[in-house]
Design a protein around this ligand. Structure first.
Ligand code: AMP
Ligand code: MG
Length: 276
C-alpha cells in the first residue's frame, strides 16, 4: 500500500468546499482486500514514529504538535488511540480541550492553549484546540464578529511563534458526513457501554451542521499555512483513516529528522572492562 497524503493538504489561500471532499475516500483500496495490509502498515509506521520520537527526545531541541478537530462522533478519540498507541507514552502529551472554565474564560483564548504546547523533545496531541474559539464560538455567537475575525490572525501569529521557536505543527480535520454522524449516534445509543459518549446536547449541535461546516471552511481557508498546514482526512473508513494519519505523523517526523546529540564524552575511553 502506498498512501498519498498530499491530496488532503489544504494549500495556503485555497478555497475550501468541504461538501466536495469525500468523507469515505480510500484511494482505491478496499477493506475486504487491504485490511490486513493496512494493519501491517499501521504497525510499521508506528514503529518508525516511535524510533523517531525517541530521537526527538534525545535531541531535545524541537517538538511536534498534532491538532485534531472534527464534528461530534468524528473519531478524534479513536484515531488518537490507534495512531499513538505504539509510541512511548513518556514522549507523548495528549490534551483534551473542554468547554472553558471560568478562569480560562477570564483570559485570552490562547492562554489555556499555550501552556499545553509540547516542550522540547515531546509530541503534543490536541483533542480539540484553539480552533474551538473560531468554530463553536462562531456558530453560537459566543464572541462578537470582530473578535472572531481577529482571532484568525492571532491564531496564525501564535502558530508562527511556535514554529519559529521549534514546534512543528500539523492540523487534522477528521472529515465525516452528517449521515455518518447519525449512524455513530445511533450506535452509541444502542450500546450501554457507549452511552457515556452520547450527549443529548450533541443533537443541538447536529442541527447546526451547515453552520459548523461553514465555520470549518473559513478556519481552514484562513489558517492553513506552509508552516502549519491543515489536512482534511476522509474519516469514515476507519482502517484507512488511521493509516493516513499515521503516515502524516511518520512523514512529519522523518522530515524533521531529529538527531541523537553528540556525546559529551569519548565512549572509547570507557571500555567495558573499565566499568565496575
Ligand atoms: P467533548 O470533546 O465531547 O468532551 O466535548 C467538549 C465540548 O467542549 C465540545 O462541545 C466543545 O465544543 C466544547 N468546547 C471546547 N472548547 C471550547 C471553547 N473554546 N468554547 C466553547 N466550547 C468549547
Ligand atoms: Mg462529545
Amino acid at each position: 500500500m502506498h498512501i498519498d497524503t498530499e491530496r488532503y493538504r489544504i494549500r495556503p489561500g485555497e478555497a475550501v468546499r468541504l461538501a466536495e471532499r469525500a468523507t469515505d475516500d480510500t484511494q482505491g483500496y478496499t477493506e475486504a482486500e487491504h485490511e490486513e495490509a493496512a494493519a501491517a502498515l499501521l504497525e510499521a509506521l508506528t514503529e518508525e514514529s516511535d524510533v523517531l520520537q525517541e530521537r526527538l527526545y534525545a535531541e531535545s531541541k524541537r517538538s511536534l504538535l498534532v491538532v485534531f478537530q472534527a464534528m461530534d462522533a468524528g473519531g478524534k478519540d479513536s484515531t488518537i488511540r490507534k495512531v499513538f498507541s505504539g509510541l512511548n507514552p513518556q514522549g507523548v502529551r495528549v490534551w483534551n480541550f473542554k468547554a472553558p472554565t471560568p478562569t480560562e474564560l477570564a483570559h485570552d483564548f490562547l492562554w489555556r492553549v499555550h501552556r499545553r504546547v509540547p516542550g522540547d523533545g515531546y509530541i503534543g496531541v490536541f483533542n480539540r484546540s484553539h480552533y474551538e474559539d473560531v468554530l463553536v464560538v462562531r456558530v453560537h455567537g459566543l464572541a462578537s464578529e470582530e473578535t472572531i475575525e481577529r482571532r484568525y490572525d492571532h491564531i496564525n501569529a501564535f502558530e508562527r511563534l511556535l514554529h519559529d521557536e521549534g514546534t512543528r505543527i500539523v492540523k487534522v480535520l477528521l472529515h465525516v458526513s452528517k449521515d455518518f454522524q447519525l449512524e455513530r449516534f445511533r450506535n452509541r445509543l444502542a450500546k450501554p457501554a457507549k452511552h457515556w459518549k452520547f450527549n443529548p446536547a450533541d443533537l443541538k449541535e447536529r442541527d447546526r451542521w451547515d453552520d459548523y461546516r461553514r465555520a470549518f471552511e473559513i478556519a481552514l481557508e484562513r489558517t492553513s499555512t506552509e508552516h502549519a498546514p491543515w489536512y482534511v482526512i476522509p474519516a469514515e473508513e476507519r482502517w484507512f483513516r488511521d493509516v493516513v494519519v499515521a503516515t502524516i505523523l511518520r512523514d512529519t517526523l522523518r522530515d524533521m529528522d531529529p538527531q541523537y546529540p553528540e556525546p559529551t564524552f569519548d565512549p572509547a575511553s570507557y571500555p567495558p572492562e573499565s566499568l565496575r
